[in-house]
Design a protein around this ligand. Structure first.
Ligand SMILES: [Zn+2]
Length: 288
C-alpha cells in the first residue's frame, strides 16, 4: 500500500517535471497598437499547476507574502489592454463577491485615498470569488484585517478585505462564485463590510467603472484598460508633493509667490481663492 503511494508520488513528480520543461511559450497576440493579454486566457487556465500561475506572462513573479504587486519594470505602456471579464461560450463568468449596498466609493475620503469599493454585509455572510483564478495571498494585515488576493488569468487581481474567516489556502485554484471567505469587520474598519479592490499590475482600478454593482454584473463583458483608468494616480502624486505655508503677519500673495518660486495665479488655483483674498494669520496655504 505504502509502496504504491510512493510510486504514484514519484510518477507524479516526474510527470510534473516533464510538463514543466515542456511548458509552451506564451504568445501575446497583438493587433494594431493594443495587446490582448487574454488571448491565451484558456490555455493558461487549463494548464494551471504548481508550476504555472495565472498571468505569469504579465507578472513574472508569484509572491505569496506581499499583498500589493510592485511593478519593477514600470507599467506596461500600451494604448489599450483588452480585459475579458466574462465569456459565456467558454463558461468563464464574473460573480459579484457580495450583493449589497455600496457604503463607500473609490477615491479620496478626506485625505486618504480609498482604493476599493465597500459593500455592506452582515458578519458571517459568504464572500465569493469574482472570477476564476488562483489565491495568491491569505493573511492578516493591520489595515485590511483578514484579506485574500486572487490573481486571475485575464491579468487582474481582486482583493477581499475585513473578512471574519478565510476559507481558502494560498495557491488554491478557485472558480468564479466559489465561497472563499465570510465577511466581517477585521482590521481598520468600522462596521461589517467587504472592501473590494480590482488591480492590474498592482495598480487599482475603480471597480464601479467596470462593474454594475446594483445589477451585480459587468458593465461590459470585455473592456479596454487605458491610461484613463490610472489618471487618478497623477492627482495622488501631486497631492503627495504638496507643500504648505502658514500665513504670518505681513505676508502677501506676491511675497509668498516669490518665496516659493511660483505665481500668484497658481497660489489662487491651489487654494481656490482669488487675488484679492484676505489672508488670515495662521491660515494654511498650499504653495506647491
Ligand atoms: Zn474600503
Amino acid at each position: 500500500m505504502r509502496i504504491s503511494i510512493i510510486i504514484i508520488l514519484l510518477l507524479e513528480s516526474i510527470f510534473g517535471m516533464a510538463q514543466n520543461s515542456e511548458k509552451k511559450p506564451l504568445i501575446i497576440e497583438s493587433c494594431n497598437d493594443s495587446i490582448d493579454i487574454s488571448a491565451n486566457f484558456y490555455n493558461i487556465y487549463d494548464s494551471l499547476t504548481h508550476y504555472s500561475h495565472p498571468s505569469d506572462v504579465l507578472y513574472n513573479n508569484w509572491n505569496t507574502k506581499r499583498i500589493h504587486y510592485k511593478d519593477e519594470n514600470g507599467i506596461v505602456k500600451t494604448d489599450s489592454i483588452l480585459i475579458i471579464l466574462q465569456d459565456s461560450i467558454h463558461e468563464r463568468y464574473f460573480v459579484q463577491p457580495i450583493i449589497g449596498p455600496i457604503t463607500s466609493h473609490f477615491g479620496y475620503r478626506r485625505y486618504r485615498f480609498h482604493y476599493g469599493t465597500d459593500i455592506d454585509l452582515v458578519t458571517g455572510d459568504p464572500v465569493k470569488a469574482a472570477m476564476d483564478g488562483m489565491v495568491r495571498i491569505t493573511t492578516y494585515e493591520r489595515g485590511f484585517g483578514r484579506v485574500i488576493v486572487i490573481r486571475h488569468p485575464n491579468g487582474l487581481e481582486t482583493v477581499y478585505a475585513h473578512l471574519s474567516k478565510i476559507k481558502v489556502d494560498t495557491n488554491q485554484i478557485v472558480k468564479a462564485g466559489e465561497v472563499i471567505a465570510l465577511g466581517g469587520n477585521t482590521g481598520r474598519s468600522t462596521g461589517s463590510h467587504l472592501h473590494f479592490e480590482i488591480r492590474y499590475l498592482g495598480k487599482a482600478i475603480n471597480p464601479e467603472t467596470i462593474i454594475d454593482f446594483k445589477h451585480a454584473r459587468p458593465i461590459n463583458n470585455r473592456f479596454y484598460l487605458t491610461d484613463n483608468n490610472f489618471r487618478y494616480l497623477n492627482r495622488i502624486v501631486a497631492n503627495k508633493n504638496a507643500k504648505f505655508h502658514y500665513i504670518r503677519s505681513g505676508d502677501t500673495l506676491s511675497a509668498i509667490s516669490r518665496k516659493y518660486h511660483t505665481t500668484i495665479s497658481k497660489l489662487c488655483y491651489y487654494n481656490g481663492i482669488n487675488q484679492s483674498a484676505i489672508l488670515q494669520i495662521g491660515q494654511k496655504l498650499r504653495v506647491r
